[in-house]
Write a protein that binds this ligand. Sequence first.
Ligand code: HEM
Length: 129
Amino acid sequence: VALVNLIIQIVVGIVGFAAVVVARKRKVRRHCLLMRASVAVLIVTTVVSMTSPFVDFVRETPPLALFYPEMVVHHTLGLALIVLFIYINLSYTGVIKATRGFKAAMWSAASSWLATLVLGIHLYLRLHF
Ligand code: HEM
């Protein structure tokens, strides 16, 4: 299950990267659609496949150096991505009036996504090799 999830997260990460390229080409509608679809897949697969290992690792942390802090940083950055995603959608649809900081929120979301993915791959490699 962990390997399947890892592969899905990498594929979704690639789609997310493609969506950034699409945004830079000013194809905004396609960008929004790709991002919403990939973040939806990301949230569902994460909840399904990572909740139970996370709870296990909090109860009993694997005896690897700095594993716990690394997991917490990975977890926090992943949650930051979701908060930013919600903020982006609310300001884009005009539910909240935010005229400034839209691009900054986008780039922050992209950075926390990338950092979360890299840490997640690293955690996987530490656990399985
Ligand atoms: C978490 C997911 C998302 C990430 C990582 C992301 C990332 C980005 C990036 C890196 C840019 C380029 C900004 C620039 O040109 O400097 C961008 C632009 C843009 N994104 Fe997103 N985006 C996300 C979700 C969304 C969603 C869901 C929408 C629509 C509701 C959206 C709407 C836009 C728009 C309208 C632009 C163009 C902004 C402009 O040029 O003024 N994004 N995004």
